[in-house]
Design a protein around this ligand. Structure first.
Ligand code: BES
Ligand code: MN
Ligand code: ZN
Length: 483
């Protein structure tokens, strides 16, 4: 991804395959949009008058040059009213159109935009241009986006950050979209190791079967025991030279079930292929860790990603089995399809042992969160009001929206078992996402912790979204500031 900054120069004279012209519905014919309108003989004004250009961010009208501009086409794109991430969404729409048109070079006429808006639209253009052709044997018929030029606004640093975010989001999406036969727990661990090799201050390791046995990671091992593929507990550590808060250890934990069949409590076959994305939380945690390290944020970071398949077989765990998690708590398996909370239990307990001072986990954990709040917000749970609010606000800043869900002592009875300390599921059809959060809470001790149930936001019909990368970066940036 190549992004350049051009502070001055007439955007209408810029060489581009597509000129992107943002416009605000409140005041549509100002700045570059007004210049474009003049160059095209009033075409922009007509598109607005005829309501072809909507007011919502990302609504866009494509116009062909009649000679008044250097580029063959211009895309007028609405930046909406005052929504916090409207410019990013406008950029995403423009990036999608650019890919559809095979535009290799896009110039954004951003004069009048704030630094942040300029960075957001550039980030959006890259994010919108994402496509996954790794498993197509035919080369793409359209040229891929190669260069984004930001004309008339923005800073170099802002643009570098924007491009790095887009790259990290693309990595998370590539990992999420990778089929399970191309991304096993072992291969995911290798990806983490390769990433760490390239980035100063970042170290990766992966604990395999024998280390996990010695650790007593009985919950991760139990989920993995039905599969031919051995599990990995992927651990990344980023130690900057001069952390702003030397006593803080920010910790990301991400569920990485590289394929979730449900195990013996097997899922219905319709749509099961989507369960290759059941590692989207882990993918976001890994990609965000690389991003934080690449940007060199002065924040100490620990990332723990439990990776496994969940398979039915003669060696698989069975309902009624009792296992012992890393922190010594025993768990009765009621439903082998509630595997995410099991592997996160060990990962969270491990992170606490490693000295985590603030944790956030991301997991495609329950179908019920999708039923409850769909694909706009992820569910946010936590054991510490201040930290939960910090995470919510980071979501708002980044565009990765998260909505607070309840936790309460009076839900605790749900996770009780007759035979063990805890049960991993119940047949009461009550508060599924809350149940999962109450279960996880048993493994974090007193450490401030948040859980994001991203089942609705991280995977969709269009594949993996990269949800969470931006939120985690925003969190780290917050902790990079002095307390
Ligand atoms: N990975 C699934 C959750 C999921 C479902 C993610 C749909 C994305 C889309 C998770 O492991 C799961 O199977 N959860 C069960 C929990 C239940 C058995 C308590 C569920 O939601 O049905
Ligand atoms: Mn499951
Ligand atoms: Zn799962």
């Amino acid at each position: 991804m190549r992004t350049r900054l051009v502070k001055t120069g007439d955007p209408l004279a810029a060489k581009a395959d597509l000129l992107v012209v943002p416009t605000s519905p409140a005041n549509p014919l100002t700045g570059p949009a007004a210049a474009l309108d003049t160059a095209l003989g009033g075409a922009v004004a007509r598109a607005i008058a005829d309501e072809e250009l909507g007011k919502e961010p990302g609504s866009a009208v494509l116009m062909h040059s009649t000679g008044g501009l250097e580029a063959p086409r211009a895309l007028v794109v609405s930046t909406g009213a005052d929504e916090p991430d409207a410019w990013r969404r406008a950029g995403v729409a423009a990036g999608r159109r650019a890919s559809g048109l095979g535009a290799g070079r896009v110039v954004v006429a951003a004069a009048g935009a704030s630094e942040q808006q300029a960075a957001e639209i550039a980030e959006g253009v890259w994010r919108g241009s994402y496509s996954d052709r790794r498993f197509k044997s035919e080369p793409a018929s359209k040229r891929a986006l190669e260069t984004v030029v930001l004309n008339g606004a923005g800073t170099k640093a802002g643009l570098e950050r924007a491009t790095s975010i887009a790259e990290a989001v693309a990595l998370a999406r590539d990992l999420g979209n990778a089929p399970s036969n191309h991304l096993t727990p072992k291969l995911l661990a290798e990806q983490a190791r390769d990433m760490a090799k390239e980035i100063p201050g970042l170290k990766a390791s992966a604990l395999g079967a024998s280390r996990l046995e010695r650790l007593g990671a009985g919950a991760l091992r139990a989920v993995a025991q039905g599969s031919q593929e051995p599990p990995r507990l992927i651990v990344l550590r980023y130690e900057p030279e001069a952390p702003t808060r030397p006593h803080e250890l920010l910790t990301f934990v991400g569920k990485a079930v590289t394929f979730d069949t449900g195990g013996i409590s097997i899922k219905p076959s319709g749509g099961m292929e989507e369960m290759k994305m059941d590692m989207a939380g882990g993918a976001a945690a890994l990609a965000a860790t690389g991003l934080v390290a690449r940007l060199g944020l002065p924040v100490r970071l620990l990332t723990v990603v439990p990776a496994t398949e969940n398979m039915p077989s003669g060696t698989a765990i069975k309902p009624g089995d009792v296992i012992t998690a890393l922190n010594g708590r025993t768990v009765e398996i009621i439903n082998t399809d509630a595997e995410g909370r099991l592997i996160l239990a060990d990962a969270l307990a491990y992170a606490v042992r490693q000295g985590a001072t603030r944790m956030v986990d991301l997991a495609t954990l329950t179908g019920a969160i999708v039923v409850a709040i769909g694909d706009v917000y992820a569910g946010l749970f936590g054991n510490d009001g201040g930290w939960t609010e910090t995470v919510r606000a980071a979501g708002e800043r980044s565009g990765d929206l998260v909505w607070p869900m309840p936790m309460h002592e009076r839900y605790h009875h749900l996770v009780e078992s007759k035979v063990a300390d805890l049960a991993n599921a119940s047949n009461k059809r009550q508060a599924g996402p809350v149940y999962a959060a109450e279960f996880l809470k048993e493994f974090v001790d007193e450490t401030p912790w948040c859980h994001l149930d991203v089942a609705g936001t991280a995977m969709g019909d269009g594949g993996a979204t990269g949800f969470g990368v931006g939120l985690l970066l925003a969190l780290a940036e917050g902790l990079a500031e002095p307390a």
